[in-house]
Design a protein around this ligand. Structure first.
Ligand SMILES: O=C(O)CCC(=O)C(=O)O
Ligand SMILES: [Mn+2]
Length: 194
């Protein structure tokens, strides 16, 4: 009998220190000050909600990504992001055309359980997630068994690659924390095939 691997399909690679500390600090400061961060409103089951974090997007001009009921239009690789895209391309051999930026101002800012499984990303998308600033806990759970979980700490300059069945079979979250924590920025690079 072969043992069943509970983490099957969690196709991820964590690359700690993908950016050197000076580069991570540079990008954190540049994006925190330079980005026109917005607090989005969205509807869940008819209720109007305010996003518990600030967001922005960028990417190849004309690329549009629809999630949480709203279309997000990229206006180019703003804020010098073309340089970071080049680093991602060299590391992953893959060329994203869109990035979603999240600013978690403190431990009360968070992202709930979800999968990045919009049809426009294709069936088994690669997502490259870059973390800057404060270290935060990041969790996965199986969609068909929420008790099968996996957690990691994402720190300044870390890159997390997710691919294969990691969106179809798993969900992820960045939970709130009661600890007094500083701000964190996360960039999820994606390839939209409109
Ligand atoms: O902040 C993070 O590490 C995760 C962000 C995320 O899951 C997303 O933007 O879809
Ligand atoms: Mn996500």
């Amino acid at each position: 009998m072969t043992a069943v691997d509970p983490l099957a399909g969690l196709d991820i690679q964590h690359i700690p220190g993908f950016l050197k500390p000076e580069a991570a600090r540079h990008w954190f400061e540049c994006l925190r000050r330079g980005v026109n961060w917005q607090q989005e409103q969205f509807q869940i089951f008819g209720r109007r909600m305010t996003s518990p974090r600030l967001t922005a997007c960028a990417g190849e001009a004309g690329t549009s990504y629809r999630y949480a009921g709203t279309a997000h239009q990229a206006m180019g690789w703003c804020w010098g992001l073309a340089e970071l895209v080049q680093d991602i391309r060299e590391a992953a051999g893959w060329y994203p055309n869109f990035v979603l930026l999240n600013l978690y101002r403190d431990g009360q800012d968070a992202m709930g359980w979800h999968s990045d499984d919009e049809a426009s990303l294709g069936p088994e998308p690669l997502i490259a997630s870059l973390s800057l600033g404060e270290t935060r806990r990041f969790r996965f759970r199986r969609r068909d068994n929420h008790r099968t979980t996996f957690a990691m700490q994402l720190s300044d300059g870390d890159l997390l690659l997710m691919w294969g069945r990691s969106q179809r079979d798993w969900q992820h979250t960045l939970p709130r924390t009661r600890r007094a924590v500083g701000p964190r920025i996360n960039l999820t690079f994606r390839r939209i095939s409109s």
